[in-house]
Design a protein around this ligand. Structure first.
Ligand code: CO
Length: 493
């Protein structure tokens, strides 16, 4: 058999610590190992995007742009990549097109080579602007299938979507299995089907949650997958990715040999073994495997978030009922894949439904906006009775949500005034107005520094009880967002 080396994207500097320690790894804990990582031979490193942008300013008092620039100074051979939530960028709402274009431009200019673009509903309209802008800026536009299992999602659904994304101009396709749901044999079948339909590379991104990820990778490799996502051994497994070190060893001497330097890999892992001592990794995210994810189809991280949300309401005994309610709500909403922000939307509504002992007695603003079509087109049909009950005669929009949003940059520039020191500050501000303003004021010495580096879920920053139920993003570690950040005020009333 001819040699067909598998490429490795290592996620240690983004997804691994987002999954295990609520995205709290500080840049100072990264810099000393970067030169070594540059020599390992990775295809790319995922280092930016997702929750890192927000977390930097909100909890770490770091400038996310400066982190990117610091990384780019070291990595010349190894490509850098980021995760972009389509029209949501690195935030929790849809932003106007002028913001999306400017953000992509600055990210690519700042050193991002590969931009992985996804949409929680797999609504391709929400990925189009980012995709075209990455291409225009000379970046690699990797577009994503948010993988899930439901009566409306099957292998053909995803293969069709992959073909459509290739037509739209994607440079490669990522299968994003955020909950670790894909079985080895489904992975084989899906990659095989995709390879029949498309000519661009396929990358597989799995979380280890259910314990199947390494097996899924192996079968996907047999089916011809080009790139897999892994994390350094000391920050792998649990809700993180399969270990780089293991996959590299498993493929050694085969036609799929990655060619990565195993000695350096083990030095990298040793380094992060020390680093992780600085952070609290909750048992429930690091514990071996959790096959509950397969029965409820709820990501492991989400179960622990639901559990702590209920605990805050002194209702831990209701967890079992909530876990049964989540799939019901998801069905009524047309089977959205559970990933930010839909995981929070579905999860919180399920908590409401159970706690108030009457389904949809209270409806979150996000569910209303979801039914209005403000997040995009649901994958399957929405329960009509429910929609009428909540929206009455109001019709959902049929246009792309961002078509309703006026440009944001000019106005934001005025609001920010002289706090703006570099063009990137404007983007930080548009994305997270309160958080960025406060961050930029601290930089000027106009506000006292953050008290102490906040450790992941260490209890010090527990959201106030009264916020927990209504603020759906409180499901994520300590994330209390304003209405503006949640997009509640974005659309015409
Ligand atoms: Co992930």
């Amino acid at each position: 058999m001819t040699s067909r080396p598998v490429k490795i994207t290592d996620t240690t500097l983004r997804d691994a610590h987002q999954s295990l320690m609520a995205t709290r790894m500080r840049t100072e804990h990264m810099v000393d190992i970067l030169e070594k990582m540059e020599e390992v031979g990775y295809y790319s490193l995922e280092v930016w995007g997702g929750a890192t942008f927000d977390t930097c300013m909100r909890f770490l008092d770091e400038d996310p742009w400066e982190r990117l620039w610091a990384l780019k100074k070291v990595f010349k051979k190894t490509k850098l990549q980021m995760l972009l939530r389509g029209q949501n960028l690195v935030g929790y709402r849809h932003y106007a097109d002028d913001v999306v274009k400017e953000f992509v431009k600055r990210a690519v200019a700042g050193g991002i080579d590969i931009v992985r673009i996804f949409d929680a509903l797999n609504d391709t309209r929400n990925m189009e602007v980012a995709l075209q802008e990455v291409r225009r800026e000379g970046g690699h536009a990797q577009v994503t299938l948010s993988y899930t299992i439901s009566p409306v999602h099957n292998i053909d659904y995803f293969a069709d979507m992959a073909a459509k994304l290739e037509d739209m101009g994607a440079h490669s396709i990522c299968i994003k299995d955020m909950a670790g749901l894909i079985s080895p044999f489904d992975a084989y079948e899906l990659v095989t089907k995709m390879k029949e339909r498309i000519n661009i590379p396929v990358q597989l991104h799995c979380h280890y949650t259910s314990g199947m990820a390494s097996m899924a990778y192996l079968k996907a490799i047999e089916a011809g997958v080009d790139v897999i996502d892994t994390a350094t051994a000391s920050l792998a497994l649990g809700t993180s990715q399969p270990p780089t070190d293991t996959l590299v060893a498993a493929l050694k001497g085969t036609p799929y040999d990655t060619g990565l330097n195993q000695e350096l890999l083990s030095e990298v892992s040793d380094y992060f073994k020390e680093v992780r001592k600085n952070y609290h990794i909750p048992l429930e995210v690091a514990m071996g495997v959790d096959t509950n994810v397969l029965s409820y189809q709820i990501p492991g991280g989400m179960i622990s978030n639901l559990a702590s949300q209920l605990e805050g309401q002194k209702a831990s005994h209701l967890l079992g009922e909530v876990l049964k309610e989540v799939p019901r709500v998801r069905e009524e909403l047309g089977y959205p894949p559970l990933v930010t922000p839909t995981s929070q939307i579905v999860g919180t509504q399920a908590v409401f439904n159970v706690m108030l002992k009457e389904r949809y007695k209270m409806v979150s603003s996000e569910v209303k906006n979801y039914l209005r079509g403000y997040y995009g087109r649901p994958p399957g049909p929405v329960d009509e009775e429910l929609r009428t009950k909540i929206l009455g005669q109001e019709e959902p929009i049929s246009v792309r949500p961002a078509d309703l949003l006026p440009p944001q940059l000019e106005k934001a520039k005025e609001e920010l005034g002289d706090l703006l020191e570099k063009e990137e500050d404007l983007l930080s501000y548009v994305l997270f107005p309160q958080v960025a303003r406060s961050f930029l004021r601290r930089r000027r010495g106009l506000e006292p520094p953050l008290e102490a580096p906040v450790k992941a879920r260490d209890g010090k920053q527990e959201p106030k009880k009264e916020h927990q139920l209504h603020n759906i993003f409180a499901l994520d570690a300590n994330l209390i967002l304003t209405d503006e950040e949640r997009g509640i005020t974005a659309y015409p009333a």
